[in-house]
Design a protein around this ligand. Structure first.
Ligand code: NAD
Ligand code: UDP
Length: 337
């Protein structure tokens, strides 16, 4: 069964391709390489003995998208392609709306034309904005987003909901990721941020491996246990397994399905530093800095719905996340080169 994976050479998409192949699916990858490298295809092949069909192209290119659907027998789409930097979205909002919102629109048109009506979409906990109550359930209000990236995800969710209202034979699954971290346990595939990492885990990993001197901890005066920000970090392989679980269950049924993918547990910045120190046996230099504008104090998921309906639960610990990230970073200090 062919699954179109947009953004399939990126961090989460590429690891999803590994699991798809291992589960007997045939991933067909589209990626424009704006935030990934062709070498990822070699790593997928090295791990699975399969070199997936790859189309280098842009999801915003309507003729290109239609040609891919015409050439293949796609049954379902997992849509990862998108720009994901919060800071960049603030300085380049039009690029974010064009790529994320318009790209999804072009994809949906191409799907409709090809009569493919099954979609899994990568959304984000950012659609919840700054929640009044944690843990966050799927019923927690959405829309009070704090930046253009978050708004692009929220607008796409609205579009998908409108589409389902109009065409109830579609199966649309919205997966709201919390904080994906970690790498493939082989240490051969992982996150490869370009430039200075915005996110905590890749930054810590680069300090541990000596690429950066010191981690800035953004605020120690939040109303959390140790004063630093709390997030629901989820091992990327657990996240990937959540996609497979959705693909095998709800994506076969028409409906608008929405799930939080997290662990249900919050961890602070200092806890993450401690876990990484333990995994890498390195001291992580850090300094306390002012809060990062736009950051929320804490956020973690209620994951009961996914457990109940997808029969899926994250199982890997914070130490597993740090250990796998460290193996990847240590073996590939400059990422995919
Ligand atoms: P990533 O940047 O590693 O992967 C995205 C891939 O999409 C890249 O390979 C990029 O080259 C490709 N791409 C971007 N725009 C494209 C376009 N117009 N046409 C074709 N390809 C395009 O990101 P990721 O971490 O793997 O995230 C995947 C998805 O999950 C994104 O939609 C992201 O917003 C979402 N998400 C990620 C996180 C996270 O922390 N990583 C959290 C929540 C949601
Ligand atoms: N953080 C930090 N230093 C960094 C990057 C992040 O202290 O260099 C903190 C940030 O303030 C937040 C947590 O780590 O409390 C997770 O940040 P990240 O950017 O990884 O995820 P997000 O804020 O998007 O959930």
């Amino acid at each position: 069964m062919q699954i179109l994976v947009t953004g399939g050479l990126g961090y989460i998409g590429s690891l999803t391709c590994i699991e798809l192949i291992e589960a007997g699916f045939e991933p067909i990858i589209i990626d424009n390489l704006s935030n990934s490298k062709l070498q990822v295809l070699n790593r997928i092949e090295a791990l699975t003995d399969v070199r997936p069909v790859f189309y280098q192209g842009d999801i915003c290119d309507s003729a290109f998208m239609q040609s891919v659907f015409s050439a293949q027998k796609i049954e379902s789409v997992i849509h990862f392609a998108g720009l994901k930097s919060v800071a960049e979205s603030v300085s380049h909002p039009l690029e974010y709306y064009a790529n994320n919102v318009n790209g999804t629109l072009v994809l949906l048109h191409a799907m409709r034309k090809a009569n493919v009506k099954s979609l899994l979409f990568s959304s984000s906990a950012t659609v919840y904005g700054d929640p009044k109550v944690v843990p966050i359930t799927e019923k927690t209000p959405t829309g009070a987003t704090t930046n253009p990236y978050g708004r692009s995800k929220y607008i796409i969710e609205c579009m998908l909901s409108d589409l389902f209202q109009a065409q109830s034979d579609w199966s649309i699954t919205i997966l709201r990721y919390f904080n994906p971290v970690g790498a493939h346990p082989s240490g051969t595939m992982g996150e490869d941020p370009q430039g200075i990492p915005n996110n905590l885990m890749p930054y810590i990993a680069q300090v541990a491996v000596g690429r950066r001197d010191v981690l800035s901890v953004f605020g120690d005066d939040y109303a959390t246990e140790d004063g630093t920000g709390v997030r629901d970090y989820i091992h990327v392989m657990d996240l990937v397994e959540g996609h497979l679980a959705a693909l095998k269950t709800v994506s076969k049924k028409s409906g608008l399905h929405i799930y939080n993918l997290g662990t249900g547990q919050g961890s602070s910045v200092l806890q993450m530093i401690a876990a990484f120190s333990q995994a890498s046996k390195k001291k992580i230099n850090y300094k306390i800095c002012p809060r990062r504008p736009g950051d929320i104090a804490q956020c973690w998921a209620n994951t009961d719905k996914a457990a109940r309906e997808l029969n899926w639960k994250a199982t890997r610990t914070l130490l597993d996340m740090a250990t796998d990230t460290w193996h990847w970073q240590e073996k590939n200090p400059q990422g995919y080169v």
